[in-house]
Design a binder for this molecule. Structure first.
Ligand SMILES: Nc1nc2c(c(=O)[nH]1)N[C@H]1C(S)=C(S)[C@@H](COP(=O)(O)OP(=O)(O)OC[C@H]3O[C@@H](n4cnc5c(=O)[nH]c(N)nc54)[C@H](O)[C@@H]3O)O[C@H]1N2
Ligand SMILES: Nc1nc2c(c(=O)[nH]1)N[C@H]1C(S)=C(S)[C@@H](COP(=O)(O)OP(=O)(O)OC[C@H]3O[C@@H](n4cnc5c(=O)[nH]c(N)nc54)[C@H](O)[C@@H]3O)O[C@H]1N2
Ligand SMILES: [Mo]
Length: 785
């Protein structure tokens, strides 16, 4: 979230799209309801009329996977009708930046596309620069090469009629949404967007979110209380896990994983430390070397010296071109190229796409370790339906561990708020915690490498491990280690501004610097004062970064430092400093200095045009890998041209003749993924797998409500109770009627409730930036069972 949960209450308009917070974030959703009670409009765009839609002011249906078309239509509606926040756009975005002559977009492809490798050379996407390397600009925004004009031309194709044809809603439904959402491009109005995995789980998920960012920047809604783009996160601590490097290509704090060609610290830092593109850009990532060296010092302590590049050689390096994500890993496993897998708190057999491929992949491992408080389908994959256990050679080790309920520690919520929680249950005798298991594994490895040497034992032997009880480090000492120390004084750091790149400071994760200082555990604070009246509550727990509630909050004010809306100030210049939220800006940098509000970008402003992603500096509508239609915008490029395709015999695509129906998958309030299959009360509340089917389709197929239905994709099939409903409507794709069905994902073959696995149907393909699988939008057929 750029903003925070409580801040949703400050919005005039809330667009929920690609999420269903009434069911999946019911506690946080109360802030949307409170906003509504204060007069805000809640708008839902979803393939299903879900429970969030049921309490919304406005709902529009959409074909799964067509979100970029819908959002592109909103951008076009804004620009065609001059609804954008003009002063904000001029001041706080890159609208005036000029793009190089070589940049173009033709027939569905951006310039620089290489057919042979299916990747883009991004060189032509760069800005035109002057002698100092700064981007040239046209403050009038009239130059045809200005971002503003390129944007306008690019999205002009997304007319209300085109949106309706691609998304399957009516032109009128789209326009009603556009009227409400685009009404916030004014100083006295503000709107927010809430999204989750209805947007990420596509082969262009990152670009859907980019499109939303463009819209919000045009409407002047980023950085303001009541605005922002708010990703509703998943598991209770998935935000914390992501911050601490659950992502394959990042180190904690979103530092970059070094690559094989970066053979020295200098080379890595040079490649990772951005240069400013505007004279007024703060370019905060220029501090990258301080964050990176402090991290190396945390991990290798005394062994990390200026002479040895602070042990840079100890860090593993990524091979460019090797896919180290979930999909890449399971594909290699399927090819028989992996020996073993450690699974901590993860049930990939049910969580990943194309279950048949996943189960076969695990069967080609020599060993598998599952660390989990419960038995799950991954630990028991050799007992899956259709699998002959006698054929499986994989040796499976199950280590029962604690559940987070059994432990204290920190949880970081969607709003980046890190809250220290308390142990709710005593640990069962004989059960070990994840930290105990990891620490003992590490100590054993250290012992083995110390004894036996090996090719390069140093990174393991030298790894710092000075905990009070090395065999069971406490979460308190880990949290302090993450915060970091000043090694010259031995004191905990207060802020990442104190970090140095000379090896005299440590910090496991610069974003969390300030979370546990000499003043104590900031995450455990429960202060209840809110002097600003804006719902910031700065003394309640601790937000990264630096206890800031709203990111980019300098953009909540105009050039003079006055809030766009005095009733909803973010930060305000009081003549000598910025007051309100913790400023995302030099606290005493006067507005007259004219520094850019977006301190993390090289441009110093928000990016309407962003040359960084793999699939284009602007977004474009592509079809899901399995889709019921041609790409109506450009018939020659149907799907995202840079999406990597896996080539195993189990990676097959269904065709429209055999599989004419769109299918999507989702959650239910009563279950948490797969693990609540062990919770009797929840199983009782929602025991049976079902498929939601529109009335017209049910009639066509002779399926009755409560009867049985079979759903097949080219990869597998599921069978369950038919829930015939009005909540899924027929789609009208340019005059052609297409049906859409949906199903929940919570069933498996272990636990107290058993049922079909939704992912037996889903395709093994993901977004080129994130490799997030396309769980939302694929082809099936439906029949009476
Ligand atoms: N009760 C409960 N709460 C949970 C979880 C749980 O398992 N149970 N899981 C947690 C986790 S890990 C996560 S990641 C979050 C996920 O939170 P959500 O993203 O809200 O989860 P989903 O229900 O998968 O999908 C949300 C909505 O997206 C819609 N949708 C499907 N395809 C598309 C599409 O192509 N476009 C659009 N616009 N919408 C689409 C679905 O109909 C659904 O209403 O929930 C968290 N909260
Ligand atoms: N078709 C389809 N597939 C999907 C999705 C979808 O929308 N559609 N959503 C995807 C998403 S967003 C997610 S997040 C995944 C969820 O996939 P998973 O994260 O694999 O699902 P969970 O059932 O939450 O499994 C987590 C496991 O962690 C264990 N656990 C809980 N606490 C602890 C602990 O403290 N320590 C350890 N070691 N274990 C613990 C639980 O017992 C459980 O077995 O599913 C993904 N798959
Ligand atoms: Mo998730």
């Amino acid at each position: 979230m750029t903003n925070h949960w409580r801040d949703i209450k400050n919005a005039d308009v809330i667009l929920v799209m690609g999420a269903n917070p009434a069911e999946n974030h019911p506690c946080g959703f109360k802030w949307a309801v409170e906003a509504q009670q204060g007069g805000a409009k809640l708008v839902v765009v979803d393939p299903r009329f879900n429970r969030t839609a049921a309490v919304a002011d406005l709902y529009a249906p959409i074909r799964a996977g067509s979100d970029i078309a819908f959002l592109g239509g909103l951008i076009n509606h804004t620009l065609q009708n001059n609804l954008h926040h003009q002063e904000y756009v001029r001041l706080h975005t890159n609208a005036s930046f000029l793009v190089q002559e070589g940049f173009s977009f033709t027939d569905g492809l951006f310039s620089g596309f290489d057919d042979a490798t299916a990747t883009y050379d991004k060189a032509s996407w760069r800005y035109e620069t002057d002698e100092q390397g700064f981007a040239r600009r046209d403050p009038t925004l009239q130059d045809p090469r200005s971002v503003f004009q390129i944007l306008k031309a690019h999205y002009a194709r997304y007319t209300p009629e085109v949106v309706a044809d691609i998304c399957g809603c009516s032109r009128e439904e789209f326009l009603k949404v556009a009227d409400v959402v685009c009404s916030t491009g004014r100083a006295d109005r503000v709107g927010t967007i809430m999204y989750a995995v209805g947007w990420t789980q596509h082969t262009y998920g990152a670009q859907i979110i980019r499109t939303a960012a463009i819209l919000q920047l045009l409407l002047g809604n980023i950085g303001r209380p009541g605005g922002g783009i708010n990703a509703l996160r998943g598991h209770a601590n998935v935000q914390g896990a992501t911050d601490h490097a659950v992502v394959a290509n990042s180190l904690p704090g979103y530092l970059k994983m070094p690559t094989a060609s970066q053979t020295s610290l200098e080379a890595h830092l040079a490649a990772s430390t951005p240069k400013p593109l505007a004279p007024n850009a703060v370019n905060y990532w220029s501090n990258y070397p301080k964050f990176f060296v402090s991290q190396l010092k945390t991990w290798w302590g005394q062994a990390a010296t200026p002479e040895n590049d602070f042990a840079y050689a100890y860090l593993p390096k990524m091979d460019e071109g090797t896919n180290t994500t979930y999909l890449g890993m399971f594909d290699r496993m399927y090819e028989g190229k992996m020996e073993g897998l450690l699974c901590f708190g993860f049930n990939p057999v049910l969580a990943g796409p194309n279950t048949a491929k996943l189960i076969q992949a695990l069967g080609r491992l020599k060993w598998l370790v599952v660390v989990d408080p419960f038995d799950n389908e991954t630990a028991s994959f050799w007992q899956a339906p259709g699998v002959n256990a006698a054929d499986i050679q994989t040796e499976v080790f199950v280590l029962p561990s604690t559940h987070w309920i059994d432990r204290s520690g920190s949880f970081t919520n969607s709003g980046r708020l890190a809250q220290w929680k308390h142990q709710a249950m005593p640990i069962h005798p004989g059960i070990r915690s994840d930290t105990w298991i990891l620490a003992n594994l590490m100590l054993k490895l250290k012992e083995l490498y110390r004894k036996e040497g090996g090719a390069f034992p140093d990174p393991i032997v030298d790894l710092t491990f000075d905990y009070l009880r090395p065999e069971d480090p406490s979460l308190e000492e880990l949290a302090r280690e993450i915060n970091g120390y000043d090694l010259t004084t031995g004191r905990l750091l207060d802020s990442f501004a104190q970090m140095r790149d000379d090896g005299t400071t440590t910090s496991g994760n610069w974003l969390y610097c300030g979370s546990w200082t000499e003043a104590g555990n900031m995450m455990a604070r429960r202060g209840q004062s809110d002097p600003t009246g804006m719902g910031f509550f700065h003394e309640w727990a601790w937000n990264w970064p630096l206890n800031r509630r709203v990111l980019y909050n300098r953009a909540s004010a105009d050039a003079g430092g006055r809030p766009w809306d005095p009733r909803r100030p973010g930060i305000v210049w009081n003549g000598s400093r910025w007051v309100g939220d913790v400023p995302d800006f030099g606290p005493t940098s006067p507005p007259s200095q004219g520094l850019g509000a977006f301190i993390m970008t090289e441009e110093g402003v928000g990016r309407l045009y962003s040359p960084g992603l793999a699939d284009g500096p602007l977004s474009e509508h592509y079809e899901p890998f399995e889709s019921p239609t041609e790409n109506l915008l450009h018939p020659n490029v149907k799907t995202n041209p840079v999406t990597p395709v896996f080539k195993s015999d189990l990676d097959r695509w269904g065709n429209l003749d055999e599989y004419p129906i769109v299918c999507t998958t989702y959650r239910l309030t009563e279950h948490e993924h797969f693990v609540t299959a062990w919770v009797p009360y929840l199983v009782e509340a929602m025991p049976d797998f079902f498929v939601e089917i529109p009335e017209g389709l049910a009639q066509e197929k002779g399926i009755v409500n409560g009867g049985r239905v079979r759903v097949r994709s080219i990869r597998g099939e599921v069978e369950g109770v038919a829930m015939v409903t009005k909540r899924l409507r027929p789609l009208n794709l340019k005059g052609r009627r297409v049906w859409q069905v949906g199903m929940p994902l919570h069933w498996g073959f272990r636990g107290l409730m058993k049922g079909p696995m939704a992912n037996s149907l889903t395709p093994f393909v993901g977004d080129p930036n994130t490799q997030c699988p396309e769980f939302k939008g694929f082809l099936v057929n439906v029949e009476k069972a």
